[in-house]
Design a protein around this ligand. Structure first.
Ligand code: ADP
Ligand code: ZN
Ligand code: ZN
Length: 751
């Protein structure tokens, strides 16, 4: 049987979809695999390319195809590894090879490298000081500012953008000073280095006994040539990050490289700083605020061997390190490790696969491991490592569960229970800090009519609108968090005309107002997606709070990660059960994780911490377990529930999504696909559960209707086969071009 290969010739192209088809000669059929570098005839020339796909049938006219000339021998380029990984992702998660390639291969950006400019003092210090006095006399304040700032620098120079940014001195002023011979502007072209503005200052902790033991175990395996996946379960503040750094130091010391995955939200200045102080400019970072060109530069630096540690969210996993030795995934339970675009890969599984392909170890870390990982660790697939105590034996915070129903019975209608309010007063009196944590942004109040019950919804999406702004007699706006649609807050019900429309539940803004009213002397900061539109906004609030510029910080989940606030001794969770009411089988797990992580913020300094969990559902096992800080108890209950309902991690779940502008077409297509799956189910004889088609949890987004089919199977491979069959069916039925079909394996973000 003949085989055909799709070959990509130049992967530094902006577009990766330019592939060429070749016939695979008989002699190479067994030897050729995805990712391999091959010689191909190309016009009159002979070029090298990469095999990205192997098919049984040709796409083009068989007679016109040329043959692959041979396999390139010698060392395997990094691109081969990444293309092979893309092939695995495509098979495992669905989508096209091109979508997978775009995910793993850095795409060359159009822009040229940035020119870096530094401004250096040209005068001798003494002359410079005279000049400074001269500027002062003439009231040339901008020049004075720059000169004074330069004199403060040990090396008497500053980056151009710091001067024009922070110092507020314009480019024309700098040029004028250059012309008069006061300063010199130095230009150089180089790769953008996102961490260069940080100062290296070593503050190494010696590992304590528990940390040492964990690190030594991994290192011993590593030395023995054993590569595994480890799950480090360490309570909040047990010093996991120090362990990661120790392992990274070890592996990079052996000439190999390391990738450190961190959820974007936890990738704060403070975190980056810890790595930078230890590893200096051998570290780079990636984040979503970087431009494509900046990201590409970081990948080039990795490929060129200029760095050996990459820190970043999900996509940092594809850093083209040639000799990768270690992948660490901090907060491995975070839902953000799952991609929301095709291919919908999970970075955890993909990391394990990349490590397998390249002979690296994987360390997953969390205080509250995902059910998936803990289940695997219990079954021996991952090696479990545990740190039970906080560093320096600091106690875990004490937990109080406040029953909001009881409060209501006693006549307290406030969002703050007596238990919490009393403790806030106490902390304020002692000059300690408080964090108040709101479970979900979605709480930020839908608006409904108290007369007819009408809820304001987005006209394009199947979700209620959230109330924003207003206050002090002004009207607010209604905002859709899915598509950005906004409209003014109505004064009467659009359905029945009643004036009694409103009843916003407490959002962060509302809580801020309540807290300020109740504690007029307190300085309050609020952090949510509205106050942190920019990176600076986010860092400013965090560092402001860390510098004790405020007493109380109110925020959504983004306040629970990545920062140490040693003066926080009280954490309040305002409505712990909010996240229990979402229609997702992860609801209890998310709730437990959020509560435990939030609690973990308290008592990280010298004084012990306390947590108040407010809830309408104090008997729910996830809240009871979080109150007792008992992961095992939570896990045992939760895994029983998953077993009972055949949910992951016990079984596997595939969601097939059909989306179209025309609701009937989406439904029709979904019914057809479900019928084919049913007949496969009868033929294969394996136990499968097929449910649906049904509306997706959010049935309409941006005027696109979504129908879903759920399939549960014990074996993941069975689901892959169903995916392959469905993909083939979707490709071959040309009558349904208007319906998109997508796959989501073991979804973690609802569906
Ligand atoms: P985790 O990641 O488990 O929450 P961290 O690594 O952030 O914990 O450590 C918590 C705090 O303890 C940090 O401020 C860190 O600098 C400090 N720390 C960690 N290890 C040690 C150690 N061996 N000795 C002293 N302080 C430590
Ligand atoms: Zn009404
Ligand atoms: Zn909308």
């Amino acid at each position: 049987m003949a085989l055909y290969a799709q070959v990509i010739v130049d992967i530094s192209q902006e577009k990766l979809d330019k592939t060429f088809e070749y016939r695979i000669p008989e002699r190479l059929c067994g030897a050729l695999g995805i990712g391999m570098q091959v010689y191909i005839p190309f016009g009159r020339r002979r070029l090298t390319g990469y095999v990205v796909e192997i098919t049984k049938e040709p796409v083009f006219d068989e007679d016109k195809l040329k043959e692959i000339a041979g396999i390139v021998e010698g060392s395997v380029p990094i691109e081969s590894h990444l293309i092979a990984l893309a092939g695995w992702m495509r098979e495992h998660y669905g989508g096209t090879m091109n979508q997978a390639l775009k995910t793993v291969l850095p795409v060359k950006a159009k822009t040229r490298p940035v020119e870096y400019k530094r401004v250096r003092l040209k005068l001798e210090d003494l002359t410079a000081k005279n000049q400074l006095a001269e500027y002062q006399r003439k009231h040339s304040t901008a020049r004075e500012r720059l000169l004074a700032a330069l004199l403060e620098q040990e090396n008497r120079e500053l980056p151009w953008n710091v001067i024009t940014g922070k110092l507020g001195v314009s480019g024309s002023v700098i040029r004028a000073m250059e012309e008069t011979g006061v300063v010199l502007v130095c230009r150089e072209v180089r790769y953008r280095n996102p961490v260069e503005h940080l100062q290296k200052k070593g503050n190494l902790h010696a590992l304590n006994a528990a940390q040492r033991q964990v690190a030594d175990e991994v290192i011993a395996d590593y030395d023995a040539g054993i590569r595994k996946t480890y799950l480090l379960k360490g309570v909040t503040g047990s010093g996991k990050t120090e362990v990661y750094m120790e392992l990274i130091a070890y592996v990079t010391g052996q000439g190999r490289q390391a990738i450190m995955l961190i959820p974007e939200i936890a990738l704060t200045y403070q975190t980056v700083m810890r790595f930078y102080s230890r590893f200096g400019d051998r570290v780079s970072i990636l984040n979503s605020r970087m431009t494509a060109a900046e990201r590409y530069d970081q990948f080039l630096r990795a490929k060129n061997g200029e760095i050996d540690i990459m820190i970043g969210p999900r996509s940092a996993l594809f850093t083209p390190f040639l000799n990768l030795g270690l992948i660490i995934m901090d907060e491995e339970h975070e839902a953000s490790y799952k991609s929301e675009t095709v291919p919908r890969y999970h970075a955890r599984e993909t990391a394990v696969e990349r490590a397998r392909m390249t002979g690296a170890s994987v360390v997953l870390g969390s205080a509250t491991p995902s059910l998936e990982s803990y289940y695997r660790a219990k079954r021996g697939e991952y090696r479990l490592l545990v740190m039970e105590e906080r560093v320096e034996k600091k106690p875990l915070p004490a937990c109080v569960v406040a029953d909001l129903r009881e409060e209501l019975r006693l006549g307290n209608r406030s969002v703050l229970s007596e238990a919490l309010a009393g403790r806030i007063t106490d902390r304020l009196g002692r000059g300690e800090q408080v964090m108040l944590f709101l479970n979900r942004r979605g709480m930020a109040g839908f608006v409904s009519c108290r007369a007819c019950g009408h809820v304001l919804k987005c006209p394009h999406c199947d979700v209620s609108l959230s109330w924003h702004g207003g206050g002090a007699g002004r009207r607010g706006r209604m905002v859709c968090h899915y598509c950005g649609y906004t409209e003014p807050e109505p004064s009467v019900c659009p359905v029945c005309g009643s004036k009694y429309i409103g009843g916003f539940k407490a959002g962060t803004e509302k809580v801020e107002a309540i807290v300020k009213a109740k504690f007029p002397g307190a300085r309050v900061l609020r952090m949510d997606t509205d106050t942190t539109r920019t990176k600076e906004g986010y860092e400013q609030i965090l560092s402001g709070f860390a510098n004790r510029e405020a007493d109380i910080l109110i925020g959504t989940q983004m306040i629970v990660k990545g920062h140490d606030f040693p003066h926080v001794t009280l954490v309040g969770v305002l409505a712990a059960d909010m996240s229990l009411h979402v229609s997702d089988y992860h609801a209890a797990e998310r709730t437990f994780q959020l509560l435990t992580q939030a609690a973990g913020r308290a008592g990280r300094g010298s004084r012990p911490g306390e947590v108040v969990i407010q809830t309408y559902d104090p008997k729910h096992y996830s809240i009871v377990a979080a109150g007792a800080q008992d992961y095992e108890a939570f896990y045992e209950q939760e895994i029983e529930y998953r077993k009972l309902l055949y949910y992951p991690p016990v079984w596997n779940l595939l969601v097939i999504l059909c989306a179209a502008r025309d609701e009937a077409r989406a439904a029709e297509r979904a019914v057809q696909l479900a019928e084919s799956i049913d007949s496969f189910k009868r033929a294969c004889g394996e136990k499968l559960f097929v449910t649906g088609p049904a509306d997706a949890a959010v049935a309409k987004v941006n005027d696109i209707y979504k129908k879903v089919i759920y399939i549960k199977a014990e074996r993941y491979e069975t689901l892959v086969e169903i995916k392959n069959r469905t993909e083939k069916q979707a490709r071959e039925d040309t009558g349904y071009r208007d319906v998109t079909v997508q796959f989501d394996f073991n979804p973690v973000n609802g569906f």
